[in-house]
Design a protein around this ligand. Sequence first.
Ligand SMILES: Cc1cc2nc3c(=O)[nH]c(=O)nc-3n(C[C@H](O)[C@H](O)[C@H](O)COP(=O)(O)O)c2cc1C
Length: 241
Amino acid sequence: MNTEKKATAQSTEEIFIDVSTEAKSVIDAIQSRHSIRNFLDRPVEPEKLQSILENALRAPSWKNAQPWKVHVVTGQARDRMSAALKEAALNGTPHPETPWLESYPANIKKRMFDLGMRVYGVAGIERKDKEARDRFMLRNFEFFDAPVALFITSTLETNFFVGIDIGCFLESLMLLCRHHGLGSCPQAALGAFPEVVKAQLSLPQDERVICGLSLGYPDNTDLNRFHSPRESLDSLVQFYS
Ligand SMILES: Cc1cc2nc3c(=O)[nH]c(=O)nc-3n(C[C@H](O)[C@H](O)[C@H](O)COP(=O)(O)O)c2cc1C
C-alpha cells in the first residue's frame, strides 16, 4: 500500500493512500469467511486481537459517528459471562434491547429456514429433535467454545443507520479475523439478555447491548467447513444504463 502525507489547504498534514492498485487479499477474505460454530481450545495471540480491533475501528459510519463500543471478554471473565448467559437462557426468554424482527416475507423466511436446516444437517441434528436443537442454540452462550467473545454496545438509540454503522464494523472484524487465520461468528443471541451482560461488565443502563462476536481458531469439522449459499447476482442486482 502506497501511503503519503500531504499538507492540505487547511495546512494540517493529511494522510493520502493510493487506492489505484488492487488490494489482493480482500476478495479471498470475503469469499472464504463464514460463521464458525466450533472453536479450538487455543488462545488468540494478544497482538493479533489488538491488530484486529485497531484496524476494524477504521470502519465507516454515518458522519463518522463511530456509534460502537467493544467489550473484549476472555479468561475467567469469559467463563463467568458464559455461565450467567446460559442460566438466563435456560430460565427466560430473549428480550434484546434492539428488537429482533418478528416476521419476514415468505421468500426470506424460506431462505432462513433452508439455512437452518442445512446447518442442523451438517451438525448432525434431526429437524424433529427439539432437545438437540435447544442444545445447539445454547452453544451460542458458550461462544461455541471460542476463547474470545466481543460484545458490541452503543449508547445511541436503536436506529437503522446506527445498525448499518455497526454492520460495517462487524464485517471488518470478521474479515480481519480471516486475515489472521481466525474464525468468527456474529451473534444476535449475545444481545438476548442485556441485563446479564451489563451486570457482568458493570455497564451503565443506557449502554445498549447490540450483539456479540465469538472469535478464535476454528476446528476442522464439517460444521465449520459449511459455506452457506447466496442468491445469484441476477436475482438481486439490477443494472441500468
Ligand atoms: C447480525 C447477525 C446476527 C447473527 N446472529 C447469530 C446468532 O445469534 N447465532 C448464530 O449462530 N449465528 C448468527 N449469525 C450468523 C448468520 O446465521 C450467518 O451469517 C448467515 O447464516 C450466513 O452464513 P455465513 O455467516 O456462514 O456466511 C448472525 C449474523 C449476523 C450478521
